[in-house]
Every structure is written in C-alpha cells, then in structure tokens.
Design a protein around this ligand. Structure first.
Ligand SMILES: Cc1cc2nc3c(=O)[nH]c(=O)nc-3n(C[C@H](O)[C@H](O)[C@H](O)COP(=O)(O)OP(=O)(O)OC[C@H]3O[C@@H](n4cnc5c(N)ncnc54)[C@H](O)[C@@H]3O)c2cc1C
Length: 395
C-alpha cells in the first residue's frame, strides 16, 4: 500500500488529504503531520483582531476531522525532510513515504526590518491565531487612548489583502464608535500603486482603491521601503517619519525551515504544472509553500499572493496527479490557477477575480458592494462546515 505523508494541516494539507482519501480509498495509507492541533480559518483572523470573532468560532480540532476519514494524524512539527531517503523527520520519529505533499505555508520574515513584528518589535500582525489574539489586546488598549494608526505592508510582501482589510475594518469600527476624527490614519505599502496587490492590478483596481482610501480619509504612501520601526514611529527610506499609537504591518514570507533546503533561495518549493517538485519526483507541494514568480519587477520588491482558493485548486490537482500515478494512469492535464477572493472592507466587501492569476488574463475584475460583505460572512460558515466534514470535493 502506498504511504503518503502530508505536511501541514491547513487549506493545502487538509484538501490534499481528503482528496487523496476519496480518490484512493484503501489503496493508500495517509498520514498528516502538523505542528498544531487545530485548523484555523485564516481569512477570519482580521475579524478576530477587531473583536468580531472568538478563536473557538474559527478553529476546528484536526484529530477528529482526520481520523474520522481514516487519515492518521501526528501532531508534531516536521524538523526536516531527507528527500534522497524519502523520510520526514520529527522530534520523536522518522516517517518513510512513497509520496510527500508539502503544504507548510510560510515562515514570516519579521527580521527583515529592524524593530518589526509582534515578537520583541513594535508592530502588531494578524497572520496567525496568536498574533491576531495579541492584536485584539493592543486594539483594546488603543481604544482607551486613541491616536495615529499606521497600517501597511513592508518590502517583499506578497499577501497584501489582510493589510487592506485591517485598514478598512479599523476605519469602520472607529466611525461606529464616533472617534474616527481622533485618529489620523496612514496606509504604507511596497506596491508600486494602491490596488496592485502583488499581481499587477485588476482593471480599474487602482482608481477604485484610490477613491476608497480618499473617501475614508486614509492617507496612502505607496512604492515605499520601510527602514525601521522604533517605539511609536515608522521610519521610511525617503526620510518620512510616521508616529503611531497602533501599527499593523504585513510581513514578507519565506519557506519554513524544515523544507527550506528543497526550495529556491527563499525556501519556496519549485514545482511543475502538476505541483510535483522539479527535482524530486515523489514530492509535491501546494499553497503558500510553492514558488510563483512575480509577473513584473516592481521598484520596491513585492511577491505574488497565494490565496486559499488557489491553494485548494493546487491541492486538488496534486492529489489527482498522485492518485493517477498510484493507479497506473497517465498524469492529468491541469489548468493554470486562478484567484477568486472576497476582501472585507468593514462596512462592505470587494470581490476580486483574476483568471489566470498572472497576466495576460482572460478575466479580471474588482467589484465593491455590500453584497460581498454578506458573501464573505456566509463563506466563512460554509467553509468551516465543509472542511469539518472533509467535503473538499464541494466547490
Ligand atoms: C490574515 C490573512 C487573511 C487571508 N484572507 C484570505 C481570504 O480572504 N481569501 C483567501 O482565499 N485567502 C486568504 N488568505 C490566504 C490564505 O490564508 C492562504 O492562501 C492559505 O492559508 C494557504 O494555505 P496553506 O495550506 O498553503 O498554508 P497555511 O494556511 O499557512 O498552513 C500551513 C500549515 O502548515 C503547518 N506547518 C508549518 N510548519 C510546519 C512543520 N514544520 N511541520 C508540520 N506542520 C507545519 C501550519 O501549522 C499550518 O497548519 C489570507 C491570509 C492571511 C494571512
């Protein structure tokens, strides 16, 4: 029986595991290794940081979810992969595999800027559950004594969406509380222009986002490099100094330590159209862990976002390819990955569609409206329902 090991228990890892189980039935022994015991619905972390969600509303225990489908769960961090010997190494064991799926997501690069980040630095972050919980505490303290807010994304960032969401949500909540006039807000980004999102913009996204920030009286500083964060101040490369009482900045990403050696200089895994490692034929990788080259070189470096929707698409294709090989069938044809994402804007939402993700595109749009807020709220409930039951075959 083929032994398949999957690293990571989020969008990529769970979708791979459930799809492989469905495609292979009892023909494979599937083991999922994850360094945490919970699936976290990451898209709701900005809401959690605003106090609009509690951790238990957006997390699901992995053990029951997986063992219910006959998938073995090991709650340990992989500390290394010996690709030549086809072994995953954890602190307590070695796991031999016939196929490995790497879905370990990102390592967050707070060391890229002095004074950056929530671990000994001066900025908040909302990219993990712990960080979002900490940001909620910082928000509560901020509300007792409001002052300037700076939100943004430093050089090298690929995942810009959460910074936009946070800025719009802070603006919305301050207006609800009638204290927006006490809070000067600035959005600082490495994107060449607002609405670029690391993928080169979506039709009129630049104009739409410029209008949106202007309507909300949030000052925008684009195409910027952050030099350092000191207590209560962001210092930009061109000499601008921005005081803050609360700052939330998105970090750049790299591959995680355990698989870094299998990747490019940033530790992202190079894969072919079937998500197979370019050098190791029995290793597949999906989601944030893989290399996607930026469509254009931006004056300040930026990367390409890898969304949950994209990650699920990749995981389904990788699972089909592994299953085909095990069943002695030809490798399936794959379609280039597209992006479909709903961005929360506090009091409304935006639908972002790009197919394929990188230009030239067949389809691209950004639409703003109240209905997208409702769609995002509904999608959270639907996704949690779906993943809890392993129904990754549903849309
Ligand atoms: C704040 C925020 C909001 C977002 N909002 C949206 C949205 O609205 N829509 C959308 O489509 N996308 C959104 N995204 C992007 C989306 O969350 C990612 O595309 C998705 O999480 C990627 O899934 P993944 O499985 O590749 O990686 P991750 O979700 O990062 O998961 C990685 C998994 O690997 C585990 N892991 C890491 N290292 C190890 C190790 N050494 N050993 C074992 N396990 C390990 C982790 O614990 C985790 O379970 C958002 C991202 C952020 C940060």
């Amino acid at each position: 029986m083929a032994k398949i090991v999957i690293l990571g228990g989020s969008f990529g890892g769970l979708t791979s595991a459930f799809e492989l189980r469905r495609l292979l039935g009892s023909k494979a022994e599937i083991t999922l290794v994850c360094d945490t015991d919970k699936f976290v619905f990451v898209p709701s972390l900005p809401w959690l940081s605003m106090g609009w969600r509690r951790p238990e509303e957006i997390t699901i225990g992995l053990e029951n979810m997986l063992t219910g489908k006959g998938i073995k769960f090991i709650c340990e961090a992989a500390v290394g992969v010996d690709a030549d010997a086809a072994k995953v190494v954890t602190a307590t064991q070695e796991l031999r595999y016939d196929y490995l799926v790497i879905a370990t997501g990102p390592d967050l690069g707070f060391s890229s800027v002095p004074g950056f980040g929530p671990y000994g630095g001066h900025t908040e972050c909302i990219f993990t559950l712990d960080q979002a919980v900490k940001t909620k505490k910082a928000w509560d303290r901020f509300l007792e004594n409001p002052g300037p807010v700076v939100v943004g994304a430093v050089q090298g960032v690929s995942c810009f969406g959460p910074a936009y969401e946070y800025a719009f949500e802070v603006d919305t909540e301050l207006r609800k509380r009638n204290i927006r006039h006490k809070v000067p807000m600035t959005f600082v980004t490495s994107e060449p222009y607002i609405g670029h999102f690391g993928i080169g913009g979506l039709r009129t996204s630049r104009r739409m986002m410029e209008d949106e920030f202007a309507d909300r009286e949030i000052k925008v500083i684009a195409n910027q490099t952050v030099e350092e964060f000191v207590p209560d101040e962001v210092r930009l490369k061109d000499g601008i100094k921005l005081p803050f009482r609360l700052a939330m900045f998105a970090p750049p990403m790299a591959g995680v330590k355990a698989v870094f050696h299998l990747g490019n200089p940033k530790g992202f895994i190079p894969v072919d159209a079937n998500y197979r490692h370019k050098s190791y034929k029995n290793i597949f990788s999906v989601g944030v862990a893989i290399v996607i080259a930026p469509p254009e070189q931006t004056p300040v470096p930026t990367g390409v976002p890898k969304t949950g929707f994209m990650t699920e698409h990749m995981a389904k294709d990788a699972a089909k390819s592994i299953a085909a090989e095990i069943l002695g069938k030809p490798s399936p044809e794959t379609e280039p990955v597209g992006a479909l994402c709903i961005m929360d804007m506090g009091n409304k939402g935006a639908l972002m569609k790009a197919y394929p993700v990188l230009p030239p595109r067949r389809e691209a749009e950004l639409k703003v409206g109240l209905s997208y807020k409702w769609a995002k709220l509904a999608f959270e409930k639907y996704y949690l329902w779906k993943i809890k039951r392993g129904l990754t075959n549903l849309p």
